[in-house]
Design a protein around this ligand. Structure first.
Ligand code: ADP
Length: 425
């Protein structure tokens, strides 16, 4: 194994895995802290659900994963977080970075959530989502990790005891040697983490080359584009052109959406407006017994006879705030995730074999409910979202899953995913 990745949520894990596969690395994704033998692959991605749990717990899970990856021979560890740097004021990006640096005896690392293909760029340490600073984007109103400051040097510094410096774009633009020199200079100034600017894929390639020898890299999925070519240059990796192929599956199709992100909103709207069948879950109705997960499932299963169905809790920020006022932030999420996971489980029991899930936390809940432990990564539907193949526990049936992070995908994403040829045929 060359690269061991620890991802702080499930969709983030498939996102980074699809980057590695695209660059020819044979990649397997393991769900939860690895137990027993790890699969043989160029890269193993451990998908945790540690973004919004208590920092101590996130640290413990990440350290156990790091240990398993290192035991299996990983040359480099990559801590993957969201391209919108999703975190609470307590973490968990800072605390997990601190713990991994200590475990790996790493005196220096970088931080870089940039993913230019998806409109996430970092300039002077400030994160932009498209043309908007992070703090003016939809992330301002995220149900669990509202991001109200675009200055990531400041955001990260508030979460870590280590000193955070800036690797500015003019240096990145000058290439890998200039970056190495600048990182050395930052080290001499007493910095231990460099927030790296990146505006396009060339910048990611530069960062990959300059950072391939660091014991630890922390980043969104973008930097994963730059590392494989650096491994090839070092003679560690022989790229495999067939790394992203999956056999087709047959069965019905469904979408489960618990994401309230702006992009998912537009996708749910587009699905409904273009005549798609949809069943809406209302957390407050669920709470006071006007709705039940089993009744929602029955409704969705009936709809399946006529084609794909969407089951969604996706709601506006105002509606989410109302729900959270009654149920609390964690209560609202837990109730909604549990109900959507129950519905997803029931849909798969009813023969769904192609399932799209929207939302990072929601994907984690669904995959756990399905008892899936391993995903093989297939072709991309859009940047950051691949089709994946999983074997169901019990009868060992094969199904395809697409786990979509909230803000990814075009408005027609659900339909694009379900009509994609090849893996989804
Ligand atoms: P994203 O990838 O967009 O961040 P997540 O699934 O990670 O999506 O997070 C969205 C969270 O919001 C989940 O915990 C989900 O259960 C919760 N949620 C979804 N719909 C509602 C709603 N109508 N009211 C309150 N919370 C909701």
């Amino acid at each position: 194994m060359i690269l061991g990745v620890i991802a702080d949520d499930f969709t983030g894990a498939t996102d980074v895995a699809s980057m590695l596969v695209r660059a020819g690395m044979r990649t397997v994704q393991v769900l939860g802290v690895p137990e027993g033998e790890l699969p043989r692959a160029d890269a193993v991605v451990v998908a945790l659900k540690s973004r919004t749990i208590a920092p101590l717990e996130a640290v413990a899970l990440s350290l156990r994963s790091c240990e398993a990856l290192r035991r299996a021979g990983a040359r480099q560890i990559y801590f993957k977080y969201c391209s919108t740097f999703d975190s609470t004021p307590q973490g968990n990006i800072g605390p997990v970075t601190d713990a991994l640096m200590q475990a790996l005896s790493a005196d220096f690392t970088i931080a870089c959530p940039a993913f230019p293909e998806n409109g996430r760029t970092v300039y002077q340490g400030h994160l932009f989502v498209g043309s908007q600073p992070l703090s003016e984007s939809g992330m301002r109103e995220h149900p669990l990790t509202p991001m109200t400051d675009a200055n990531l040097v400041r955001v990260l510094q508030a979460q870590t005891s280590r000193s955070v410096g800036l690797l500015p774009w003019p240096v990145v633009h000058r290439g890998a040697e200039a970056v190495r020199e600048a990182l050395h200079a930052l080290r001499l100034q007493g910095r231990q983490i460099a927030m790296a600017d990146a505006l396009d894929n060339q910048d990611l390639l530069t960062l990959g080359e300059a950072c391939a020898d660091l014991p630890l890299v922390t980043a969104g999925s973008g930097v994963a584009l730059g590392l494989p070519p650096a491994y090839v240059r070092r003679g560690w990796l022989q790229p495999d052109a067939a790394a992203a192929s999956l056999a087709p599956v047959h069965g019905s199709a469904a979408v489960v959406s618990g994401s309230c992100s702006v992009a998912t909103h537009a996708q749910v709207r587009h699905w409904i407006d273009s005549g798609g069948q949809a069943v809406q879950l209302d957390p407050l109705a669920l709470h006071d017994g006007r709705q039940g997960a089993n009744a929602l499932l029955d409704e969705a299963c009936t709809a399946l006879a006529n084609g794909p169905v969407l089951v969604y809790a996706t709601a506006t920020p105002a509606r989410v705030a109302e729900v959270q006022q009654v149920l609390g932030v964690e209560g609202a999420s837990a109730l909604t995730e549990a109900a959507l996971a129950r519905v997803a489980r029931g849909l798969v029991d009813a023969g769904v074999r192609r399932l799209v899930v929207a939302g990072g936390e929601t994907s984690g809940a669904v995959v756990q409910a399905l008892g899936i432990r391993r995903l093989c990564i297939g072709p991309s539907i859009c940047p950051g979202v691949p089709w994946t193949e999983a074997r169901l526990p019990g009868d060992g049936a094969v199904m395809h899953l697409a786990l979509k992070s909230g803000n990814f995908g075009s408005t027609a994403f659900f339909r694009e995913a379900l009509t994609m040829n090849g893996a989804a045929a």
